[in-house]
Design a binder for this molecule. Structure first.
Ligand code: FDA
Length: 309
């Protein structure tokens, strides 16, 4: 793992910096590259524009490690409203949530109740809810949460991280549930006894897991979201899916708003299902710094905004 990536991931988790750095205007300006705005309306409008190009979306309000039960209720109510608005607008939009936004740090039962309320509303509206995967310390609890919710609701998906050594075994245990899986590389700082430190190993594991999941789309009813901007992996996965006899719409690609936009349009134009994850909300700092860590060259973009101020 590069030094710059480590340093940025450290910054993303530092409480003082989380509070002070977002106040700087040049940082606020730079973040607009990755999110259309802080309000839900901004995300919805961006969704409308992407719809014109045949792209669908996932909406997520940024936030994590909510430490107050009343605040988790506010998050739950917010998402209940989002589901309603998606329906009224006729937008093909799922939602994606972090378990610690719903109280996983406080109490697993509270988190489960909040999530169930959201998934239940989504089910009534025939929509999907995706669960993000956070740092490795949350994986066991997030898997347990997913299994419990998935028992009663089919339209709920889980993110898994290819950088963790354990993910293959976790997936094997999930297969009997016909899970919906979003495969990502992993965005957090993890020690080498838990996660592959070398990018080439993460990439290789991503492909191995994607191959295994593709093989289970028909066999075990897996719903699959391939969530990477890595064009080499995307191409290899397309070829693998074709070799396995899958059609373009048997799985979908999920990419982040503002990253590899040309690739997103290309995938949609070629007939693949392409879903863009759009973030909004005021609590964007740790999420934004994780985006910088994915490509430390992005810091140049932040600095350009500093000199524009
Ligand atoms: P990689 O980092 O190798 O990037 C491949 C190429 O894409 C780069 O060379 C660059 O060109 C471009 N690129 C990637 N990131 C960029 C950036 N920030 N800015 C500019 N260019 C960039 N993680 C997690 O731990 N839990 C989660 O729940 C999720 N959820 C999630 C949902 C969706 C829809 C996506 C796309 C990603 C996530 N992630 C995530 C993040 C994921 O783990 C990973 O950190 C990023 O996707 C970056 O990794 P790539 O697979 O894109 O490859």
């Amino acid at each position: 793992m590069s030094l710059a990536r480590n340093a940025l991931l450290w910054i993303s988790e530092n409480r003082t910096l989380r509070q002070t750095l977002p106040r700087y205007k040049f940082i606020r300006r730079a973040v607009s590259r990755f999110m259309p705005g802080e309000e839900l309306a901004d995300a919805m409008q961006a969704g409308d524009k992407l719809k014109e190009k045949k792209l669908t979306v996932i909406l997520t309000r940024l936030g994590e490690n909510v430490a107050d039960a009343a605040e988790t209720a506010e998050v739950k109510n917010h998402y209940l409203g989002v589901l309603q608005q998606i329906q009224q607008r006729g937008l093909d939009a799922y939602i994606s949530i972090k378990p610690t936004q719903l109280g996983l740090d406080l109490n697993e039962e509270l988190c489960f109740k909040n999530l169930t309320a959201i998934v239940e509303r989504a089910a009534a509206l025939q929509n999907w809810v995706w669960i993000d995967m956070e740092q490795s310390g949350y994986v066991d609890r997030t898997l347990a949460l997913y299994k419990k919710v998935r028992k009663n609701y089919p339209k709920v998906g889980l993110c898994v991280q290819a950088y963790l050594y354990r993910t293959q075994k976790d997936l094997e245990a999930l297969l009997p549930l016909s899970p919906a899986i979003r495969l990502v590389k992993g965005a957090y700082m993890e020690p080498a006894n838990i996660a592959y430190p070398k990018k080439s190993d993460v990439d290789a594991n991503f492909f191995a897991l994607a191959k295994m999941l593709l093989a289970n789309v028909k066999k075990n009813g897996v719903t699959l979201g391939i969530a990477t901007h890595d064009k080499i992996l995307i191409k290899k996965i397309q070829e693998e899916a074709e070799a396995q006899g899958l059609a373009k719409n048997d799985y979908e690609f999920q990419l982040l708003y503002g990253i590899q936009t040309d690739e997103q349009f290309r995938l949609a134009a070629e007939g693949y299902r392409m879903r863009v994850l759009i973030s909004y909300g005021s609590y964007w700092f740790p999420w934004y710094v994780r985006r910088l860590a994915e490509r430390p060259a992005n810091i140049l973009f932040v600095l350009k905004n500093l000199f524009r101020s």
